[in-house]
Design a protein around this ligand. Sequence first.
Ligand code: FES
Length: 168
Amino acid sequence: MHENKYSEQRRDFLKKAGFLIGAGASVSALSSLIVGCKDETILTPLPKPGAKYIVDLSKYSALAAEGGIATVSASQSDDTTKVLTFIVRRFADNKFIVVQSACSHQSDRELNPVADADGNTHCPRHAAVFSLNLDTPGAVVDGKGVTSAPLKSYVYTFIAPNTLEIKP
Ligand code: FES
């Protein structure tokens, strides 16, 4: 199983590297590809330790109602040019879940902000299933043999009426 996984990753890598080299990509673009091939999730840019990330919920109509889900952009509170993305789902009584938007298997694959009837999202690349439920945010429901790593779940503060403050 590991051999298959790594063979597939190697194939993906060589395909992307070939494309980038053919397109005259810079060394930094190629090195970011190498980082992206690791199994662990790497948020780019990395969250600044101690920083807060602010989401204006009024920009996301999907998050106006209970059960809504969206991929949101959150600006670093002391430098709004620094932006991270998260998947947010809203529940009753202004409760939310906030999880990483990148798959825990390969961080260059963004997950879709969509939940099935059980409240789970399915990765479009290798079909791993992650919980978007209030009691198990980001948990692996079915890793499809490629991942056992949950999505990182973040602490947040809701500031009425429309602000989420996320603390990575
Ligand atoms: S990238 Fe492989 S399961 Fe998401």
